[in-house]
Design a protein around this ligand. Structure first.
Ligand code: AMP
Length: 285
């Protein structure tokens, strides 16, 4: 059995479960508060706090884990990054009070106090820049520190920026870009590595499918050449005869969600009918 450490609660936990479910690894937990669950196949999930996952995996208590890239970097442990899971996107930023006169990282003066839940990354960021700040470690709600006079600035996570704004803080520099990652114990044996390679492919196939749709349409045979130009698909569209279709044939193709709107309109303009767009569960190119 291979143990995969997954966040037990918080921002990442729901999306992690959904991703594993979509990859066919259903989290079969015995109740809401179960600490472990079978994932089917050779995997067992262990549910722990997102912050603790880098330590669990680096110590080999789990062969792999999913957590934020920010937490992986803050832990500073040796871990093998396997895959960017593309959700939980956020940035670790330096933020200052609007009225502080600090608009850029260069404006931070030596001796200033910086509150952060990420003391290591904060220290490293300013050290690299040759700025001598005092880091004030906190375990949450860093954004309140400047208002309490505990710190001059903060290094905190943000995604939309609304929490910073609500607290009268302005972003002045980016320390790190983060998203959820699958990471592994660096000294896994060959069987574990093989299983994790399969897991990576399965999760990757779900992520690849999310940005794509399967499109089907009936088009006049005479416009097939033009249809090929608007429907490149993975290897060009599949063309299928339609029974009693007259001068119509069916075309099927995988289309990026980014171009879907334009593609459907282009097909209509070429005489396309019965246009059908469906989600794809998994895509292995
Ligand atoms: P939790 O504290 O358990 O909700 O998980 C926090 C993790 O979620 C962070 O370490 C980040 O990797 C990720 N995350 C994504 N967006 C945000 C955000 N806007 N603020 C804080 N954490 C975020």
């Amino acid at each position: 059995m291979l143990k995969i450490a997954l966040p037990n609660k918080g921002r990442l936990s729901e999306e992690v479960r959904e991703l594993f479910n979509d990859a066919g690894l259903e989290v079969r937990a015995r109740g809401e508060r179960a600490l472990t669950a079978s994932l089917g196949g050779e995997f067992e999930a262990i549910f722990v706090r997102a912050q603790d996952i880098p330590e669990f995996v680096a110590d080999g208590a789990a062969q792999a884990g999913v957590t934020g890239w920010d937490l992986v970097n803050e832990a500073g442990r040796e871990l093998e990054p396997l895959m960017d899971l593309e959700f939980g996107r956020c940035r670790l930023v330096v933020a200052a009070r609007d009225e502080s006169g600090i608009a850029r990282a260069e404006d931070v003066k030596d001796g200033m106090r910086v509150a952060s839940c990420f003391p290591r990354l904060t220290q490293a960021f300013f050290q690299q820049r040759g700025q001598k700040v005092t880091v004030v470690p906190v375990s949450g709600a860093a954004e309140i520190a400047p208002h309490l006079g505990i710190a001059d600035i903060v290094v905190d996570l943000t995604s939309t920026g609304s929490t910073l704004k609500m607290n009268g803080l302005r972003e002045v520099a980016t320390v790190l870009e983060s998203s959820a990652r699958l990471v592994a114990y660096p000294r896994n044996g060959s069987d574990a590595r093989r299983a994790l390679e399969e897991l990576t492919q399965a999760l990757g196939s779900v992520l690849a499918a999310r940005g794509q749709r399967y499109l089907m349409a009936n088009v006049p045979k005479t416009s097939l050449e033009k249809v090929r130009e608007v429907l490149p698909g993975l290897n060009g569209p599949t063309v299928v005869d339609v029974m009693n279709g007259g001068h119509f044939v069916a075309v099927h193709a995988v289309v990026s969600t980014r171009t879907l709107y334009r593609t459907v309109n282009a097909l209509k303009a070429l005489g396309g009918q019965g246009i059908l767009v469906t989600r794809i569960e998994r895509l292995m190119a």
